[in-house]
Design a protein around this ligand. Sequence first.
Ligand SMILES: *Cc1c(COP(=O)(O)O)cnc(C)c1O
Length: 375
Amino acid sequence: MQFRDLKAQYKALKPEIDESIHEVLDTGNYILGNPVSELEEALAKYVGVKHCVTCANGTDALTLVLMSWGIGEGDAIFIPDFTFFATGEVVSFEGATPVFVDVDETTFNIDTNKLEIAIEKVIADGTLTPKAIIAVDLFGLPANYEEIEKIARKYNLKVLEDSAQGFGGEINGRKAGSFGDAATTSFFPAKPLGCYGDGGAVFTNNDELADLIKSYRFHGKGDYKYDNVRIGMNSRLDTIQAAVLKVKLKAFEEYELADVNRVANKYTELLKDFVRTPAVSEGYYSSWAQYTLVLENEVQRNKLQAALSKVGIPTMIYYPKPMSQQRAFAHEKHFNNDLSVTEKLCKQVLALPLHPYLTDGQIKFVCKNISDNII
Ligand SMILES: *Cc1c(COP(=O)(O)O)cnc(C)c1O
């Protein structure tokens, strides 16, 4: 059994993907060829925003937004303590300070009460200027943007939606990637919508921001390629990856997102009576980047993981360590925020195999082995 079966997906889409890749090879436009702009248009339409600007990966997408906002030394950026490293890395990379905020125990997303406490603390401390919140749609579930945007307005902060794991999710029919002042996603192969290498994108309704990001991703270009008006990056999505994504976006819309929800719902139905299964609040829709159980404690979690591994069921621990405890952030100013939920979750979580091509038989096999080893 595969944790995320990318080969099964390729098999299902092979003729169309091969044809799409070969079209690029035949035209020879390997950098920013037509499929890139066609994909950007399709993605913007899907998400329901004015602009989609693709780039080399999800980490660069975050960096491009922070660069465009002029984030740098002396700025405080609030991020969840329970996320993938890149969310905080990009902040330190720009010379700003990531301020870690605890997450909600049931949604795994940033705790908005603790967010406000953290902002007040930074203001009282007075050494940093609060500038932005990076909210993460962890494991596919959108963060609580109604509350986050309220807090952002109160303290005059920008909101960046890190939807690397959230593409396809929704809140009351509004798609992930459309929240905040800007949003980003990743097309890393194992993300909800993945390509066959690295890729990423920025989404925004702001014309000026979209133009700036197009400049920053291409060596800070001005009117044309050899007119350079700012220090930027080389961060473009390859035409071949765009060609792959065009085919995969169609499959994602037509059945993959529905199928991954079918798998997640089946897991919940079979597991909810004896283990804590992931919650999806009323009005929310998840794209299920991960299906994450919360076990009683570290001993039970590790025992279960070992038992499942023995029968060939791969599982993952996302994430074993809070951001605030990463050595890479040891030099950053810490504010003694209450991060107790993240600390607990890191010892309790276990992600199960999940992808649109998982069969009912496989789901039942996983659930039976969980029940056999838990009770
Ligand atoms: C994967 C991920 C990223 C980074 O995306 P890459 O394409 O791997 O650079 C950023 N944030 C979160 C939450 C992620 O899961």
